[in-house]
Write a protein that binds this ligand. Structure first.
Ligand code: ADP
Length: 220
């Protein structure tokens, strides 16, 4: 597949956005911009910005648009061509407009949105049971190798829950998703740039659907 296009991957927490973004990036040789990952790295450093970000993210709130805007711009300045996957950005209409302006500025194509649909119930069960490896960032679910022992099958580190995967915070993140982020989906639908995917099957199946529907999209 030609990679002269840009994608946004969006869906509720636990819909597999990050995993599918990685699979796509590998398969089509695209670059990922994932504000969530950038923010987690910033929180680790004890800078003023890191502390500010922490205040929001540990409550499950969105980090202010201005901060996200700067972080995304910095990444975009380094990428010189199309072939970008935005993982979980934009998350509200204001961010969607920011992205539109950035893409125009850099003469990049406007993105196609891949929407991974899963129920609220499945989202909660997936997030509250998932663990991550603090070292290599691999994700683990109850059926994954090493899950029961609590050990990463790749690098042997003890796997942990993400700090914001606690039930109360998950509830807040999902509230924001359904009240703000879901509006983005209609925004792209109206522009004819939406690909809707059933995110409930296993990840290989979801990936297969994405590739198939992307191919169909370009045949239109
Ligand atoms: P999830 O989609 O499962 O919530 P992410 O790793 O994408 O996980 O994001 C983690 C947290 O980082 C969010 O709860 C939010 O606080 C912050 N964040 C990530 N992306 C954005 C964004 N585009 N705008 C504002 N805050 C964001």
């Amino acid at each position: 597949m030609d990679k002269n296009f840009n994608l946004i991957i969006l869906g509720p927490q636990g819909s597999g956005k990050g995993t599918q973004a990685e699979l796509l990036a590998k398969k089509i040789n695209m670059k990922i911009i994932a504000p969530g990952e950038i923010l987690r790295k910033k929180v680790k450093g004890s800078t003023l910005l890191g502390r500010k970000i922490k205040e929001y993210s540990e409550k499950g709130e969105l980090v202010p648009d201005d901060i996200i805007k700067k972080l995304v711009l910095k990444k975009l300045e380094k990428i010189k061509k199309d072939g970008i996957i935005f993982d979980a950005f934009p998350r509200n209409i204001r961010q969607a407009k920011i992205l539109e302006d950035f893409l125009k500025k850099f003469h990049f194509r406007q993105p196609i949105l891949i929407y991974l649909k899963i129920s609220r119930k499945l989202a909660i069960s997936r997030i509250t049971t998932r663990r991550i490896c603090p070292k290599c960032k691999e994700k683990f679910y109850p059926k994954s190798k090493g899950y029961k022992k609590g050990i990463c099958s790749k690098c042997n580190a003890r796997i942990v829950s993400r700090k914001d995967d606690k039930p109360k915070i998950v509830k807040r993140r999902l509230e924001i998703y359904f009240s703000q982020t879901k509006k983005i989906i209609d925004y792209y639908k109206k522009q004819g740039r939406l690909i809707k995917i059933d995110g409930e099957p296993k990840l290989e199946e979801v990936f297969h659907q994405i590739l198939g529907k992307l191919n169909d999209y370009f045949k239109k």
